[in-house]
Design a protein around this ligand. Structure first.
Ligand SMILES: C[S@@+](CC[C@H](N)C(=O)[O-])C[C@H]1O[C@@H](n2cnc3c(N)ncnc32)[C@H](O)[C@@H]1O
Length: 500
């Protein structure tokens, strides 16, 4: 087995030249049958609750080698050690350091202890069966390397007390916190809380904190208190960890002030990005792409779409088949009780909206909450719809029963622009000159201030030619999704440039 150094950047290659051959051989000979067995015995779904995905040795070794180029630690903490892969590699790399392998799973600690014994490292590695969030170290521990693959556990599975603790740490650091943050973010907060001058951190985590709102704590921490020194990005459509869909990032940080961050791109190219640029960005992936796209995209002149416009979902009917009908089916009914509606993403992709062909769209039935306001044919029609809906059980659906009146579906105000938000292709943006409304199959973009016709046209052109799948949340297999907040984070030219 060899290291795929192309994947692991110059940083690792540099250290490989310094590391003596016998340490390198020891790292390359590491195996972990217990961990492998654990990974194949428990399904990804079972392991998800505790964020237990073990890291391939190629990545573990490359991270340990990278850390050796930056720090000579007295102490190493493996944050959520699992079967102990980082602990074993770090103990071999740093023969004078004391290693703490911390995990709250008794099974993981048993596997880790057995691996430690097998490699004769019991006097160097202490296995600590405890929540990492309760773990602490003596003040005289010396320079500490914080390393590992913290558990990716979503906020729904995090105890209220842990959320409180995270909030308190963020408060002490003067950083924003969100109760939506995952456990890996809590781990980073705990590292920051225990941090002492001269420490070094190197973690692999899911990459979503780079771009989402609840990642704000991490982005701020890594551009202020503990500046990020290097990050390694992976191709977002490649599955790095068996059985998980999240994308990964490896990043290192310390308390050394710095101006630039070294970024290793998925193709192995190294670029340098000013820390102040990342500090000002709410969406690092996009910013990094802009910087690496070269001088044609000047990110200094770009602003998040959200500062210009808000993005909202379309209406959820709970039963599109019932509420949206072909125009011909409603031809005899009063026109004021239905509106043309965009009910399929393809309707904005195939030019139907852009070309003003509202006659090709279905119509959404829009009855008032108070049917008593209707009379004549309108009332007859409304009563027929209500009777028909009750007979078919449409009123019993979750969405219908949480509406003020189950029969009254109210479409959102017509947006200025519509966009597709889930596809394997780049999203499509169209001007909504017909003033149409939409179901939740597309998003609406609503300018916060008046934009001239020219600015609106320029904005749509810009979005169609610059936004790509990578701006959204890309899942394995290449499906990309834009939540409204992610769409608001898309960088666009400022109004002055759009009007020019
Ligand atoms: C992504 S796995 C990484 C395991 C190992 N470091 C590796 O990379 O192969 C995360 C580990 O964190 C552990 N874990 C989950 N919650 C924890 C907590 N609150 N405190 C300590 N460990 C935790 C899980 O049991 C799991 O072993």
């Amino acid at each position: 087995m060899t290291y795929d150094v192309g994947l692991f950047s110059e940083k690792v290659e540099e250290t490989l030249m310094i590391v003596n051959d016998s340490t390198n051989k020891k790292l390359l000979s590491l195996t972990d049958n217990l961990g492998d067995e654990f990974m194949s015995s428990f399904s990804a779904t079972t392991r998800r609750a505790t964020g237990s995905t073990y890291t391939p040795f190629e990545i573990v070794n490359s991270m340990v080698l990278e850390s050796a180029g930056e720090v000579d630690p007295d102490c190493v903490v493996d944050c959520g050690c699992g079967s102990g892969r980082f602990s074993l590699a770090a103990a071999m790399m740093f023969p004078n350091a004391k290693v703490y392998a911390v995990d709250n799973s008794p099974l993981a600690c048993t596997m880790c202890s057995e691996n430690v014994r097998r490699y004769g490292l019991s006097n160097r590695i202490e296995v600590v069966n405890s929540s990492f969030l309760d773990f602490s170290l003596p003040r005289d521990r010396g320079k500490t390397l914080w390393i590992g693959n913290p558990p990716y556990v979503r906020h729904h599975n995090i105890a209220a007390d842990d959320k409180k603790r995270f909030k308190a740490v963020a408060g002490r650091l003067g950083l924003p916190s969100s109760c939506l943050a995952g456990l890996h973010i809590h781990f980073l907060a705990h590292i920051a809380d225990l941090w002492q001058s001269g420490d070094f951190g190197l973690l692999i985590t899911s990459a979503e904190w780079m771009d989402v709102n609840y990642g704000n704590f991490v982005r701020q921490l890594l551009t202020t208190h503990l500046p990020i020194s290097h990050m390694r990005l992976f191709d977002r459509s490649v599955r790095l960890f068996e059985g998980t869909d999240s994308t990964a990032v490896v990043f290192s940080f310390s308390d050394t002030p710095r101006d630039d961050v070294d970024v290793t791109m998925p193709d192995g190219a190294d670029v340098s990005i000013p820390l102040r640029v990342l500090n000002a960005s709410q969406k690092w992936s996009r910013t990094i792409d802009c910087v690496t796209d070269g001088p044609t995209s000047n990110i200094e002149g770009l602003i998040p779409l959200g500062s210009l416009a808000s993005v909202h979902r379309g209406v959820v009917t709970g039963n599109n088949k019932f509420w949206v009908r072909p125009a011909r089916e409603l031809a005899e009914f009063p026109e004021e009780l239905s509106v043309p509606i965009v009910a399929h993403a393809r309707e904005i992709m195939d030019g139907c909206v852009a070309e003003g062909r509202s006659d090709l769209l279905g119509r959404l039935i829009t009855l008032p909450v108070d049917l008593g306001t209707l009379s004549g044919p309108a009332l007859t029609f409304a009563e027929k719809v209500v009777a028909d809906g009750s007979r078919r059980g449409v009123d019993k659906g979750y969405v219908a029963s949480s509406r003020r009146a189950w029969w009254s579906v109210q479409p959102p105000k017509a947006p200025a622009i519509m966009m597709t938000y889930m596809s394997r292709k780049n999203p499509t943006f169209v001007r909504n000159d017909l003033g149409l409304s939409m179901l939740n199959v597309v998003h609406g973009i609503y300018p916060k201030r008046n934009l001239s016709d020219k600015a609106l046209a320029n904005l749509v052109d810009y979005l169609n030619s610059h936004v790509n799948l990578r701006d959204g949340r890309v899942y394995c297999g290449g499906l990309a999704k834009f939540e409204p907040k992610e769409a608001e984070a898309i960088l666009v030219p400022c109004v002055e440039r759009l009007e020019a």
